[in-house]
Design a protein around this ligand. Structure first.
Ligand SMILES: Nc1nc2c(ncn2[C@@H]2O[C@H](COP(=O)(O)OP(=O)(O)OP(=O)(O)O)[C@@H](O)[C@H]2O)c(=O)[nH]1
Length: 799
């Protein structure tokens, strides 16, 4: 049995009231007071009190509210926590119902930008369609950077908004506001997907009708799961040779392991792709007009697709019955569900992360994009239907649910920073309350007060000035100093939200401006790029006296070098890419180390005893003290820990970070006058070094999950290429006219692979590499690295 969740407790609190005759006879005001008490007793009071106050002010809405509460009492299981909150304030609920915050994410080149361009055109946001790499050289609206337009790839995610008018059941037009973020497909820019998904309520996962689930689809699937983002799927490129949407549906089920079923079937395919059959309403839908701007709907389903449409409709209902209780009941009773029941089940299951409905079409051929937009409205959640939690720092970091009401105190998350011509631009998702121009907000990280001078809504690189932004919306503000991932509040609430996951960089380059006069601009660019992109790091290596940039892949770093040249007019020289190696301890080693210098004047004395050993996983290091009897004081132990952390930052073997190493200090000795924090720190570092080197330590290298796709005729050549680079091939898939190889390779072995692959496949092969884990480097590589490190140190000492 499910345990009573907060939602149910709240439900009980409210539905109990709905049932009481006093509530029904004495009207809303009393029930409001009682419900406040009830809500307080279920432990969710403070935020709601203000909601209830608003509700009271809107007493004219009381009829609706009480009707909803009564309905809730009748069918408790269907009422979610969000619905309860909404129902308390029908005005807010109605506003939020018309908002969708969505992202478009997919494997590289699946058509995200092309699709977004159609969405903007059909919603009237742009007046003409321009293609990615199109002949008119204008480029798609959302690829606003010159580099993006030239390369035909998305580098930065771009935000926009549009209004979509959809007919309701009564045939009335309903206007929905959609905030949309188009994300890059290339794994090197994965942080852009990460931060977009952190703040969005739903996503459209695009797949290619020929290739189905690809390597980066698997990555975005993982990212969507990380942030619990419900998704609908869109199988694009139905006009391409070999298009098969059902292969994509099968692969979503089998590879991504999320129940999926087609909600449409195609009418024709490849160059005969005409339109789709909507399986919920059993209607054929065609696009007409020069750019497919008008939809023609008919009950006449072409004979050639009747059977498949019936078959796939049955499969849709069956899949829904597996994931949705109501549908399961109908299914077991052999009752044919009606349109509303199917639609409601899809919505519940999609929002509940148990299902993804699959749409299909061709963005480039302007076919069947609008029904996908309807799907966004029908099946993706509005901001009130998503649970967003914050930590209440004033109440011991207890979890609180944020409520997207304009009337509540403000809470927002800065998820992206960008330099614009007008200064620093900070993207904010407003989770609760209203963000107003000229208002003061507080950064929860450092409690600094900031004034909001300007608020804009972004439309790719254009902006529209607004005075305020309500809860559940996305905007950008100017002149706010912060880091990405910072929470802002109105200062009353001590709330802080979790930031996004930031992957560690795996590749580094030394870099310097070719001309010394460019040093100032160089530093400015470095500072800006670092602030904007948490996966781009800049460090200064004191020993080699070089600036080192680190990032997610060769393309990632190349793009920054190129941006430096274009945007800051700084030509740079770069060194060979370097792998971010790690070091780890071999086996347990005990130590008893004495640091003693007593040569007149103040001396140094520190003795540390204990052992070092592997933690068992190649992850974080651990420092522990198990001192009994106070042989080392707390203050000095703190210095020991500092020494340990410093040693782990720069390993003794080759100067790279240490992983998976534990140090335990269980005894030691202190001198009355000569012991100091410095002495204990140094003694620990010396003990670390000695014990580590005695343990047969190892150098670790990053292992990359690599996926290569190319036309079938090049399969042999690609396998040979991978074998030459020491890759372990795990799986090979053969498609209609292309194959995909899944392999594990060391990053070290893959430098320059892109040009080899290009040469071996006439430019038709593509590959993706993603960090998987660290593994011991082959002995020969370790030997070479150690020799190189020793030589570099000797050379430096000679200088
Ligand atoms: N045949 C066909 N080609 C398409 C379709 N949609 C997009 N393309 C083409 O596919 C290529 C990639 O399209 P984009 O829209 O840039 O894809 P993307 O997913 O945004 O690319 P990245 O952001 O770089 O990952 C372009 O050449 C498009 O013209 C489609 O429906 N059919």
């Amino acid at each position: 049995m499910r345990s009573p969740s907060l939602a149910r407790l709240q439900y009980r609190a409210v539905s109990g009231l709905a049932r009481s005759s006093r509530f029904q006879s004495q009207g809303l005001l009393q029930s409001r007071c009682a419900s406040t008490a009830a809500l307080r007793s279920s432990g969710v009071a403070p935020a709601y009190q203000s909601v209830l106050k608003t509700w009271e002010q809107r007493r004219n809405a009381s009829a609706t509210a009480s009707a909803v509460l009564e309905a809730a009492a009748a069918s408790p299981d269907t009422l979610s926590q969000a619905a309860i909150i909404d129902n308390l304030d029908p005005v807010e609920a109605a506003r939020l119902d018309k908002v969708r915050n969505i992202g478009i994410a997919a494997h590289i080149d699946s058509g995200k930008t092309t699709c977004t361009e159609r969405v903007l055109f059909y919603t009237g946001r742009i007046k003409a369609i321009h293609e990615v790499r199109g002949r008119d050289s204008v480029g798609a609206k959302m690829d606003s950077m010159d580099l993006e337009r030239e390369k035909g790839i998305t580098i930065q995610s771009a935000a926009t908004f549009c209004d979509w008018v959809k007919k309701d059941k009564e045939g009335q037009d309903q206007k929905y506001h959609i905030n949309l973020i188009d994300t890059p497909g290339h794994i090197d820019f994965t942080i852009e997907v990460e931060r977009a998904l952190r703040v969005l309520d739903g996503a459209v996962m695009i797949l290619c009708a020929v290739s189905g689930v690809q390597s980066q689809t698997i990555t975005v699937d993982r990212q969507m799961r990380r942030y619990n983002v419900p998704r609908i799927s869109f199988v694009n490129k139905m006009d391409r040779m070999g298009a098969n949407p059902f292969k994509a549906v099968d692969q979503i089920n089998s590879k991504l392991k999320i129940p999926a079923a087609a909600v449409q079937v195609p009418i024709g395919a490849e160059d005969e792709f005409e339109g789709v059959v909507d399986l919920i309403r059993m209607k054929a839908i065609y696009n007409v007009g020069e750019s497919g701007e008008t939809l023609k709907e008919t009950d006449e389903i072409p004979d050639k697709v009747k059977d498949i449409a019936n078959e796939r409709r049955a499969m849709l209902i069956e899949t829904l019955a597996d994931v949705d209780d109501e549908m399961a009941e109908l299914f077991l009773d052999e009752i044919e569900p009606n349109e509303d029941q199917i639609r409601a089940a899809i919505r519940r299951a999609t929002i509940g992360l148990k299902f993804t409905p699959v749409f299909m079409g061709s963005a480039l051929a302007n076919k069947s994009v609008q029904p996908m937009l309807d799907g966004v409205i029908d099946f993706l959640p509005n901001p009130a239907e998503v649970e967003n939690l914050a930590l209440d720092q004033k109440r011991n970091e207890a979890s609180v649910k944020l409520v997207p009401y304009n009337s509540l105190p403000f809470v927002g998350l800065a998820f992206k920073l960008e330099e614009s011509n007008f200064g620093q631009l900070t993207y904010i998702r407003v989770y609760q309350g209203t963000l107003r121009k000229s208002a003061n907000v507080f950064n929860a990280r450092n409690n600094k007060k900031v004034k909001i001078p300007r608020i804009v809504r972004m439309h790719s690189n254009e902006m529209e000035e607004v005075n305020e932004i309500g809860a559940g919306e996305i905007c950008a503000v100017f002149g706010v100093e912060c880091a990405s991932g910072d929470t802002f509040t109105d200062g009353q609430l001590g709330y802080s939200m979790s930031s996004m996951f930031v992957p560690e960089p795996v590749i580094s380059l030394s870099i310097k401006p070719k001309q010394s006069k460019d040093a100032a601009n160089f530093s400015k660019a470095m500072a800006r790029f670092q602030r904007e992109d948490p996966t781009f790091r800049v460090t200064y290596d004191n020993e080699s006296e070089q600036t080192i940039i680190s990032g997610m892949g060769e393309l990632h770093l190349d793009i920054y070098v190129e941006r430096m040249r274009r945007e800051y007019r700084v030509d740079c020289e770069t060194g060979q890419p370097q792998v971010a190696y790690r070091e780890t301890i071999g086996h347990r080693v005990e130590f008893d180390h004495l640091l003693k210098k007593q040569t007149g004047g103040a001396g140094d004395y520190a003795r540390v005893m204990g052992w070092m050993e592997p933690t068992g996983t190649l992850e974080e290091n651990k420092f522990e003290q198990q001192i009994v009897g106070g042989s080392i004081s707390e203050k000095f132990l703190y210095a020991c820990e500092k020494g340990f952390n410093l040693s782990a930052e720069k390993g003794p073997l080759v100067g790279h970070k240490v992983l998976g190493t534990r140090m335990v200090i269980n005894d030691g000795a202190t001198h009355m006058t000569d012991s100091s924090e410095m002495a204990f720190k140094n003694a620990t570092q010396q003990a670390f070094r000695k014990a580590f080197m005695d343990s047969q330590p190892a150098i670790l290298e990053p292992l990359m999950k690599t996926v290569v796709t190319a036309p079938s005729e090049f399969q042999g050549d690609v396998i040979a290429l991978l074998n030459k680079r020491g890759a372990t091939i795990n799986d090979t898939e053969t498609g209609v006219d292309e194959f995909t190889i899944y392999a594990d390779c060391s990053l070290n072995g893959m430098f320059g692979f892109s040009s080899n692959l290009r040469a071996a496949t006439q430019g038709k092969g593509e590959y993706q590499m993603e960090f998987s884990h660290y593994e011991k480097a082959p002995p020969q590589v370790q030997k070479e690295l150690i020799a190189k490190y020793i030589k570099a140190q000797a050379d430096r000492n000679k200088k």
